[in-house]
Design a protein. Structure first.
Lengths: 338, 338
DNA sequence: CGCGTTGCTGCAATCGACTGCACAATCCGC
DNA sequence: GCGGATTGTGCAGTCGATTGCAGCAACGCG
C-alpha cells in the first residue's frame, strides 16, 4: 500500500473518516471524545499517515504555498532573503515557490498568473518599482502580499525595508569623520524606491553636516549593475567633477567604480574612497576590501514571511511597514583624503 | 465571480463538463468534435479559465511540482543551477520547491519527507554525499530523482556533473605550461564525490605530465569552505612542503589561500600561483583576479531538469549520466614560477 | 430496411479530506 | 422516569477536474 489515506486510518481505528478527520485536526479535536481522538492519533502515527495537502487544499482552498517574486536569484542580494523567508515558512507548514522575473513586466505578470493558478495564498514581492500597476491591481483584488526591500508609491501594502536613510547617513558620517567634504553619490535607478530614497537621504545627510551639496556630484545609474556604476562614475569624472569620496547606491555600483579605478589608474582609497551598500558576500576579498553598509537580508526575509503569514491568517489586519536597522562595515576602501 | 471553473466553461459553451475537459486537454482533444473543441477553447479563453492544478492533481496524483534539495542557497554555486532548473521546468508547467539542508542529514530527511507529503513528482538533489543511505532508500521506493554536481557511489541514479577530471587537467596543464613542476592540491572533503574525483584526477594529471607526484603536496579540506581551505594550506606550509602552485578543490578553498597569503605576506602569483574551480561570480574583482575552471552551472541545472522530466514521463527509462564540458578562465592568480 | 460501426457526448464515480446537519447516546434536573 | 440539554459520531455532499462506460445519432453496407 502506498501512503495511507484518512480512510485507512479511520478503518484501522474503527471510526468514521469524518471522526478521524476531526480528531487529527487540532482545531476540531475538541468535538471528539478525548479517548477516541487519542486512539485515532496513535493509529495515524503507527500507519505513518500524512494528510494529502492536495486533497486538503481542494476543499479548503488553501495550498500551503506562497509565491516569492524576485528579479533574479543569481543576484547575491536575494538568496539570503529567500533563506530567511523559508526559515519562517517551513515551521509554519508553508513552502515558497520562487520565480524570477528578470525585471521584465511581462514575465512578471505571467509568473504571477501562474502562481495564482497554483493557488498560492500570498506573495512576497521583491520586484516592486515605484510605479507598479500590476501590484496595484492585485492589491485591489484582495491578494495578500508583502513587499521586501522596495516600497511602491501610493500602495497600501505591508513592507519590510532596510532603513536606507540611516544607512546612507552612516556612510556619509563615516566619510565626514575621515575629513571628506566633497562626496559624490552614484544613485540607483530613479524608478526604484530604493534608488530615490537613498539619493534623497544622501542629499539630506550632506546638507545636515554642512558638506558641499553640489548637484554636479550626483549621477544616477540606469540599472543596479556594475556596468551602470562604471558608466556613472565615468560621466562624473569626465565632467571634471572634483570629489574625494563616493557613496555608491549599492555594492554592484561600487564594483563598477573599481573597474573605472583600474582603467584610469586611480588608487582607492588614496585618491578616492568608496562606500557600498548591502554587504554582499566576498566583498572583504576585494582589493581594497569594500567598506559598505550591512543589511540584515536574512532578517528581512524572515520578517516579511512572518508578516505575510499574519496577513494570511487575518486579511483585515492593517498593513504595517517595518524599517530594519543597518550598520556600517568599515574595511579598506575608505581613508582620509590626501 | 472568482476564477471560473471547468463547469462554468462547459455551461457557457453549452456542453457537459466532461466534454469541456476533453476539449481542453490536448491529449484527449481527439475524442471531441473539432468544432466543439474549438468552441470550448474559445469560451475558455474569453472567460480567462485556468485549470485548477490542485483539483487536477487530486485525480491524476500529479502535483506539477518537483523538489530541489540543495545544501544552502546562499552558496553562490547554487543560484545559477536553480535558475537553470526553473528555466526548463516552467515552460513544462512545473515548478520547483527549494529546500535547504545545510548538509544536515536530519534536516534533509525532514525536508524530503515534507516534500514528499506535498506530492512532488520527483527530486533534483545536489546534496549527495558519497555514501547516502537516504537516497538509496528513496531510490528503492521508486522515487524519481536526478543528481546534480555530485555522484553517489553504487546508486543507479541519473546524474549531471561537470567533467571534473577534464577541468582539473586543464588547470594542471595550464600550470605546467607556465613552467610549474611542484604543484599542490587542496582537495575537497573526502566524503564528497566531487572531492575524491578531483583529487584522483589531479594525481593522474600530474603523473601523466611527469611532474612531481609527491604525497606531501596533497592536503584534504574538511569542508568546502574558505576556512578549511586556509587551514589546509597552512598545514602544507607548516610541514615545509615546497611548491610554486596550488590547485584548489573549489573557489572557496582558493579564497582561503588568499587569506593565508595575506597572513604570511606571500605574494600571489609571484610566490605561489592559485587555480580555483567553479568560477563563482565576482572572482574577477579579487586582487589578483582568480584563475579558475568555469562550470556551466545554469546548463547543469537545465540538463538536470530535462532529465527529471524525462524520468517522470517514463520512469522505466534507463538512467543516464551526463558530464558537462568545462573551460579554464585564466586571470591574474597564475604566472610562471620565479 | 435493418443491423453493425464509428464518432461524439453525457453520466456518474472518483481522487482525499473537510464539514453542515442529523441523529444517537448520555446526562441532568425535576 | 421523562423531557430537554449536551456531547459525540455518522452520513452525505462538496471542492474541481478526470475518465471508464454507456448511450445516442449518423452513417455504411448488404
Amino acid at each position: 500500500m502506498q501512503t495511507p489515506t484518512l480512510r485507512d486510518v479511520a478503518d484501522a481505528a474503527g471510526v468514521h473518516p469524518a471522526t478521524a478527520s476531526r480528531a487529527l485536526n487540532p482545531a476540531t479535536r475538541g468535538l471528539v471524545n478525548a479517548d477516541t481522538a487519542r486512539r485515532v492519533i496513535k493509529v495515524a502515527e503507527s500507519l505513518g499517515y500524512r494528510p494529502n495537502p492536495i486533497a486538503r487544499g481542494l476543499k479548503t482552498a488553501k495550498s500551503g504555498t506562497v509565491g516569492l517574486v524576485i528579479p533574479d536569484l543569481t543576484n547575491p542580494l536575494f538568496p539570503p532573503i529567500v533563506r530567511g523567508i523559508e526559515a519562517v515558512l517551513e515551521p509554519a507548514g508553508y513552502s515558497g515557490l520562487v520565480v524570477n522575473t528578470d525585471n521584465d513586466p511581462h514575465r512578471e505578470q505571467a509568473q504571477i498568473e501562474s502562481l495564482r493558478s497554483r493557488q498560492v495564498e500570498g506573495f512576497i514581492v521583491a520586484t516592486a518599482l515605484l510605479d507598479h500597476p500590476l501590484l496595484a491591481r492585485l492589491q485591489q483584488e484582495g491578494v495578500v502580499m508583502v513587499m521586501v526591500n522596495r516600497r511602491p508609491d501610493g500602495l497600501d501594502v505591508p513592507s519590510i525595508t532596510p532603513d536606507d536613510a540611516t544607512g546612507i547617513e552612516l556612510a556619509v558620517q563615516h566619510l565626514a569623520d575621515l575629513g571628506h567634504t566633497r562626496i559624490a553619490h552614484l544613485a540607483g535607478p530613479a524608478n526604484t524606491s530604493t534608488g530615490v530614497v537613498r539619493a534623497r537621504a544622501f542629499r539630506n545627510a550632506v546638507r545636515d553636516r554642512g558638506l558641499d551639496d553640489d548637484p554636479s556630484l550626483l549621477a544616477t545609474c540606469r540599472y543596479w549593475t556594475e556596468d551602470s556604476g562604471a558608466t556613472a562614475l565615468r560621466t562624473l569624472l569626465d565632467a571634471g567633477a572634483e570629489f574625494t569620496a563616493v557613496v555608491a547606491g549599492n555594492d554592484l555600483i561600487a564594483l563598477g567604480c573599481y573597474d573605472v579605478f583600474a582603467e584610469r589608474s586611480i588608487e582607492c582609497p588614496r585618491d578616492i574612497s568608496v562606500v557600498g551598500f548591502n554587504d554582499m558576500p566576498f566583498l572583504d576579498k576585494l582589493r581594497p576590501p569594500l567598506t559598505t553598509v550591512a543589511v540584515p537580508h536574512q532578517q528581512i526575509g524572515a520578517e516579511a514571511a512572518r508578516m505575510l503569514l499574519d496577513a494570511i491568517a487575518d486579511p483585515t489586519r492593517p498593513s504595517r511597514s517595518v524599517l530594519l536597522p543597518l550598520s556600517l562595515v568599515v574595511r579598506g576602501s575608505t581613508a582620509a583624503p590626501r
